[in-house]
Design a protein around this ligand. Structure first.
Ligand SMILES: NC(=O)c1ccc[n+]([C@@H]2O[C@H](COP(=O)([O-])OP(=O)(O)OC[C@H]3O[C@@H](n4cnc5c(N)ncnc54)[C@H](O)[C@@H]3O)[C@@H](O)[C@H]2O)c1
Ligand SMILES: O=P(O)(O)OC[C@H](O)CO
Length: 339
């Protein structure tokens, strides 16, 4: 493995959506040899022939000529894999990978979510499906459009092996893309998964025109939920207050560029979650993680009232108004959560 650590040159990116394409571009800008796997043939031909991914990164043409394929076997000799398909497809993707190679390399999980059917973090899913791979996580405040356009971005790259975490940051660092190394694989995942749920709540408050004060209050109380669950699951405080925790929460809870935030705005404006999901619009990972986050909270003895409100609205068992009124009428508490 030490040879691989010192020489992460061939990077395979799995996922031809906005984030997969943006990460492939930034890895190419970092000087890596990049192969991008996508399942959609239209995406591959768009990238090959026009240096665009119009479906997921509309209006952006890139200078880099990315090598794109829909043959997964072509990724088998990579020194590192970036897995960038939606969280709920992680297991399926890993099962597919296992059929084409051994992958005794770092697999960097870039999706933000919790497996809905099991409540498992994606690193646990990876260990189950590809036990010889080395789990790593890339997370932080970063919109695909910004990264694809080369705007400045900083993220956390976590791997339990400190040397490998540092090697991965070296391999991915580009002039406008600054990864920080961490050994906290759990913390980097909890922040990314929960901020999506909390961003839906903030979006709903904006959609309902409840004011900037309410949005700030939800963000701060949401951060309390994120840090308490994270700590109970073994995350480090510095990670939760860092890029992949507070940093991403602030971004996603305040920007209409976020799909989770916009999903919340639409709910706040009176649309129905089931209809929004059935319409197959933009990916809002928080809608898929809300209920399982609440269940994880219960397992760890942590109350997550905002996540619970989002879960209830998403599953149609509460309206926005009812959910907000039950949040406001909870018994008065100390801010630190202690009695
Ligand atoms: N877009 C961003 O700004 C951004 C930033 C950071 C993290 N992320 C995270 O990255 C993950 C992917 O997001 P995205 O923005 O690229 O989504 P996207 O909707 O732009 O693209 C999703 C891609 O995954 C593919 N896909 C979907 N289901 C699949 C399956 N079962 N097997 C194989 N491929 C499948 C789609 O064809 C598409 O190419 C999400 O978890 C998201 O939270 C996104
Ligand atoms: O568009 P969203 O809500 O999926 O957010 C994208 C990134 O996770 C922001 O860091």
């Amino acid at each position: 493995m030490s040879q691989k650590i010192n020489n992460i040159q061939k990077v395979a990116v799995l996922g031809g959506g906005g984030w997969g394409t943006a990460l492939a571009l930034t890895a190419a800008r970092a000087g890596r040899d990049v192969i991008l796997w996508a399942r959609d043939p239209g995406t591959i031909s768009d990238i090959r022939s026009r240096q665009q991914n119009q479906r997921y990164l509309p209006g952006i043409t890139f200078d880099e000529e990315l090598l794109a394929t829909n043959n997964l076997a072509e990724t088998a000799n990579a020194d590192a894999i970036l897995l960038v398909t939606p969280a709920q497809s992680t297991r399926e993707m890993l099962k597919a990978l296992a059929t084409v190679g051994t992958f005794k390399v770092p697999v960097i999980l870039c999706a933000k979510g919790i497996e809905r059917s099991t409540g498992k973090l994606l690193s646990d899913v990876l260990i189950e499906e590809l036990p010889q791979a080395i789990p790593a996580v890339l997370s932080g405040p970063s919109f695909a459009d910004d990264v694809a356009k080369g705007l400045p971005t900083a993220v956390t790259v976590a791997c339990e092996n400190k040397t490998l975490a540092e090697a991965l940051t070296t391999a991915l660092a580009a002039p406008a893309f600054r990864p920080y190394a961490s050994t906290d694989v759990i913390g980097a995942q909890v922040g990314g998964a929960l901020k999506n749920v909390l961003a839906i709540a903030c979006g709903a408050v904006v959609g309902r025109k409840l004011g900037a004060s309410a949005q700030a209050a939800l963000t701060a109380r949401g951060f309390a939920e994120l840090t308490r669950l994270g700590a109970a699951m073994g995350a480090q405080q510095e990670t939760l207050t860092g890029l992949s925790g507070l940093g991403d929460l602030v971004l996603t809870c305040s920007s209409a560029q976020s799909r989770n935030f916009r999903f919340g705005v639409e709910l706040g404006e009176g649309q129905n979650a089931a209809d929004l999901i059935a319409a197959g619009g933009k990916l809002a990972e928080g809608a898929h993680s809300a209920k399982i986050a609440v269940e994880l909270g219960k397992q760890h003895g942590i109350e997550l009232p905002i996540c619970e409100a989002v879960a209830e609205v998403v599953q149609g068992s509460s309206s926005i108004d009812k959910a907000l009124s039950s949040l406001m009428s909870r018994p008065l508490k100390h801010e630190d959560g202690k009695q």
